[in-house]
Design a protein around this ligand. Structure first.
Ligand code: FMN
Ligand code: SF4
Length: 478
């Protein structure tokens, strides 16, 4: 099945016609208002201070840190680009592990006493770059994303999964080599991990980050715990038990670093894992019923927001107002998490027009934002909109359906997009992310992540040749 490329939808009217054909609701403005009072340029005012505009850089790691967990020059370049973007909210920079065995790969950043000076340096680089370009950081909010990769941990060897899991999973166990209960984290191990998150948050506070994100998304540990419906003990079963991990981390941070703000990135719903079907198009890996989806309706393919709403109520009761919405997981259902026309090498051809995935994510976020007006909500999954990203984003902010437009892949190919939109310059078309997925395919094959097709810096790196060869091989075998 092929879907029309966004670049062929030459004007807003054609874009709208296409969404109508798809039967999706994706409201979109005709013109971008780049005046200071325009929806995307408007500052977000709150008691804790001002956030200067409505663009947010989503966390994106590059599999490019040093083995002891420090950033490399490649990491620094990415953070510098985040500062150059003009976005005033930096949601976490990238996933940073709170303990060595929780790393998603041997090159993931790690926060501890030894790496602290470098973690401080990353923030300072981003901020000084931003100040140089935009004159002030008074209205810039920078957080750090804290994580344990759980089921998807590969801390020592890139090709060797060393999963630590919340519960046995009917499909994903086989994917990461789980054959018995040994990788299940005991309640005592989770208690130790809570202390690791608290220690990491205290260090992030010392490093000058304004907030930490206690990551609860994408199938990593925090997210997996939320769907531990059948896990026995104090971290499984009831909603209260499944959120104990988060609540205890928050209580510990509040006690140890009272001035540090806390945010949560949450996969608001999840689907069953997908796999390539006979023609490589994605198909569900398991038929209904499917019990392992937080925010799922039990079929594996439907959404039930009852628990996500309870989760947002819980965040509110904990005094947390920063929420970054995302969905699913890049490991087992990437078409819902980061809609793309071209799948990553371990993915499958999109089973739906990627715009359907974009609309699903944007509309669920809107539903929850409307129900929780007092929370500050960042949306994700906009990059596939390409030329129409600013138009859809502006409309979502204008209608009060989201507070910040989050940018993921688009800033890898086109870091200055927010600045170009806000200055009224318009988009530089040759930089627009076309969702080729090389930034996901590269790390899946042991290489650093980056935009190999469009970023001249990565285009000229030796890995680019390897990427081209790899993609040709995949074509041959498809
Ligand atoms: C290369 C790459 C690295 C990513 N790393 C992270 C990460 O460290 N933490 C996280 O929460 N999400 C991560 N994501 C997901 C993005 O933050 C975002 O949710 C996703 O790309 C969808 O947004 P987009 O459509 O704007 O790309 C990553 C995505 C990509 C492409
Ligand atoms: S490699 Fe570049 S064009 Fe492809 S998805 Fe990533 S950022 Fe977009």
């Amino acid at each position: 099945m092929s879907y029309p490329r966004i670049a062929t939808l030459k004007n807003v009217e054609l874009f709208r016609q296409h969404t109508a054909v798809l039967g999706i609701d994706l409201p979109c403005d005709d013109q971008i208002d780049s005046s200071p009072s325009g929806p995307l340029a408007q500052a977000y005012q709150r008691e804790r201070g001002t956030i200067g505009n409505r663009f947010c850089i989503l966390p994106m790691e590059g599999w490019d840190g040093e083995t002891e967990g420090r950033p490399s020059d490649l990491t620094r370049r990415r953070w510098q680009n985040f500062g150059l973007s003009g976005a005033k909210l930096i949601w976490g920079g990238e996933a940073v592990a709170v303990q060595p065995l929780g790393r998603a790969n041997p090159n993931q950043l790690l926060i501890n006493e030894q790496t602290l000076p470098d973690i401080i340096g990353l923030r300072e680089l981003l901020v000084s770059t931003h100040v140089q370009q935009f004159g002030t950081d008074n209205d810039l909010l920078v957080g750090l994303q804290l994580t344990h990769s759980g089921r998807f941990a590969r801390p020592r060897v890139k090709s060797r999964p060393e999963p630590r899991i919340a519960y046995r999973h009917p499909v994903l166990d086989a994917k990461v080599g789980v054959v018995d209960d040994a990788p299940i984290l005991s309640d005592d191990e989770l208690k130790q991990l809570i202390d690791d998150f608290i220690r990491a948050a205290v260090l992030a506070d010392q490093a000058g980050y304004a907030f930490v994100d206690i990551k609860h998304c994408h199938g990593y540990l925090g997210h997996e715990i939320l769907s531990g419906f059948d896990r026995p003990g104090i971290y499984g079963g009831t909603f209260e038990n499944r959120t104990r991990f988060l609540r205890d981390i928050v209580a510990g941070i509040n006690a140890a670093a009272p001035n540090l703000e806390i945010g949560v990135r949450i996969s608001l719903f999840d689907f069953v894992p997908y796999q390539p079907g006979p023609d490589r198009t994605g198909v569900p890996a398991q038929a209904a019923p499917y019990r392992c989806a937080f925010g799922g309706d039990g079929t594996g393919l439907g959404i039930d927001l009852t628990e996500p709403k309870k989760f947002l109520e819980l965040l509110r009761s904990l005094g947390i107002e920063l929420v970054c919405s995302t969905v699913g997981s890049p490991y087992y259902n990437p078409h819902i998490q980061r809609p793309a026309l071209f799948p990553p090498s371990d993915g499958y051809l999109p089973p739906e027009d990627p715009l359907v995935g974009v609309a699903r994510q944007i509309n669920i976020t809107a539903e929850l934002k409307r129900a929780f007006r007092d929370l500050i909500v960042v949306g994700s999954g906009y990059s596939y909109l390409q030329e129409w990203l600013p138009h859809v984003g502006q409309r979502a902010v204008r209608d009060g359906n989201v507070d910040f437009v989050g940018l993921g892949r688009m800033v890898l190919s086109y870091p200055e997009l927010p600045a170009d939109v806000l200055s009224g310059k318009g988009l530089q078309r040759k930089k627009i992310c076309r969702t080729f997925s090389d930034c996901t395919t590269a790390p899946r094959n042991g290489m650093v992540s980056g935009c190999y097709p469009l970023d001249p810096f990565y285009k000229s790196r030796p890995e680019r040749e390897k990427m081209v060869a790899l993609k040709q091989e995949l074509e041959l075998h498809s």
